[in-house]
Design a protein around this ligand. Structure first.
Ligand code: ATP
Ligand code: MG
Ligand code: MG
Ligand code: MG
Length: 438
């Protein structure tokens, strides 16, 4: 992509309304614009990041055996009356009346809708287990939408729902998601810690929140320090095998959000120098809740002996749009965002330090064409801005690699390569750029 033809509205000044660094940087780097309190438009650069996160989430859900579908944003209130949650959900639910005076709502979550779909389609235990997910916009009329996309009112969530014949099978479904979540966050370049959590209005008795430690986090959390650097991507995982030993490695060490925190246990189980008491951002939440929805909604199957069995269910959410903010909270410096390669909107930025100079233009074009044909997503700053402002923009938008091309270096046949994360610069022969970055 050529910057001269792109849509990248950069803000040079810090927007007054943004209280935390990720919100500031998302506005400044032209990722989002607010359209109403807690409701955002995703500009091209932000949308690319959102899509990259979605892709990783999707690959890991598929890898764990979940199946993608797509449910609507608008739901009928009737389903929520069946589960009893229409009244219970309260003011966070955006209620809508259609022209025929029917009560509708913008879905804050989808347990009811998916339970109805499965109830009408799955009749026999032979069709189980199933785990169905979608990646769809949700609306929750948060009292205090704030921190940009971190606590929006409209936000993108991946939500999966598992259906099983009994508790053991439901626990296996839960374990698969637990491991898929660990892998997902690790691939996003994040250190997310699973913590015993309260189940809240979703209900049930087995639940973990996945938390990223950050000073700006809204939850108080307590955990064993060793949890931070545990590796998951080095493991070969057989989702059909026994996942318990792996999960034990995470759940065996103390980790709890403040609702579940037990100070006495924390002190007894965790040595003083390993006790971490911090703030965290909830980037995912998994629940096992048994028959909470299948019972009132009559979601049953026929068992092997002809008996009627209520489905055992769980649900599994990932805050896809919140993750964009969370990744920035975890990875930035004074100059701007530092995207992990897996989600970066472009992998490389080419900076033309003297647009209009025939030799510099030609060298940039050559690198640009070479990278594009190698399948690398590249942003070429071909504008006639000053060099200083081009550097500032590149640092702000945080692409993993920058290639600086100017007349002085070119006279010697070289360009400069900069690693955004380490700040390291190296000189490179013009002809070696494409091979180095591919
Ligand atoms: P929170 O405690 O932050 O209000 P929640 O516990 O109400 O979140 P869940 O119902 O567990 O949220 O939804 C699953 C995931 O959706 C959360 O873990 C979070 O990452 C994301 N999420 C929830 N509410 C919002 C929001 N208002 N804006 C952005 N993401 C959200
Ligand atoms: Mg909430
Ligand atoms: Mg929560
Ligand atoms: Mg939650």
């Amino acid at each position: 992509m050529r910057l001269s033809r792109y849509f990248l509205p950069i803000l040079r000044e810090n927007p007054a309304e943004a209280q935390i660094v990720s919100h500031r940087l998302m506005l400044r780097a032209g990722l989002v614009r607010q359209s109403a309190a807690g409701i955002y438009s995703w500009l091209p650069l932000g949308l690319k990041v959102l899509r990259n996160i979605e892709r990783i989430v999707r690959e890991e859900q598929d890898g764990a055996g979940a199946i993608e579908l797509l449910m609507p944003t608008i739901q009928s209130a009737d389903l929520w009356r069946e589960s009893g949650r229409y009244e219970a959900y309260g003011k966070e639910m955006l209620r809508i009346t259609d022209r025929h005076e029917r009560d509708m709502l913008f879905g804050p979550t989808n347990e009811e809708l998916i339970t109805a779909i499965v109830r009408d389609s799955i009749k026999s235990y032979r069709d189980l287990p199933r785990n169905l997910y979608h990646i769809q916009w949700k609306f929750r009329d948060e009292v205090r939408p704030r921190f940009g996309v971190m606590r929006g009112r409209e936000f993108l969530m991946k939500d999966a729902y598992s259906f099983d014949i009994d508790k053991d099978a439901a626990r296996r479904a839960y374990e698969k998601m637990f491991v898929a979540y660990l892998r997902t966050y690790a691939r996003l370049g994040l250190k997310a810690i699973p913590m015993a959590a309260d189940t809240g209005p979703i209900g049930g008795d087995l639940s973990h929140e996945f938390i990223i430690l950050a000073e700006t986090g809204e939850s108080a959390v307590f955990c064993h320090g060793d949890l931070i650097d545990q590796d998951i991507l080095g493991e070969t995982i057989d989702f059909e095998g026994d996942l318990k030993p792996l999960i034990e490695r995470w759940t065996g060490l103390y980790a709890a959000t403040d609702e579940k925190h037990d100070a006495a246990r924390f002190e007894a189980e965790v040595p003083a120098d390993k006790r971490l008491s911090a703030r965290g951002i909830e980037v995912g939440h998994i629940f096992y809740f048994g028959t909470k929805y299948s019972k009132p909604m009559g979601a049953v199957v026929t068992g092997p002996n002809g008996e009627t069995i209520e489905l055992e269910m769980g649900s599994y959410g990932i805050g896809v749009s919140r993750l964009v903010g969370a990744i920035i909270e975890a990875s930035h410096d004074d100059a701007g965002i530092i995207w992990p390669a897996s989600v970066a909107p472009f992998k490389v930025g080419i900076v033309n330090l003297k647009a209009g100079d025939a030799a510099v233009d030609a060298a940039c074009e050559k690198i640009y064409a070479g990278l594009e044909s190698a399948g690398i997503d590249v942003l070429y700053d071909d504008t006639d801005e000053r060099a200083g402002s081009k550097f500032a923009t590149m640092d702000l938008i945080g692409l993993p690699w920058q290639v600086h091309v100017g007349p002085r270096g070119l006279a010697k046949g070289i360009v400069e390569l900069k690693n955004r994360k380490t700040g390291e610069r190296s000189e490179l022969a013009l002809d070696a750029v494409v091979a180095t970055l591919t």
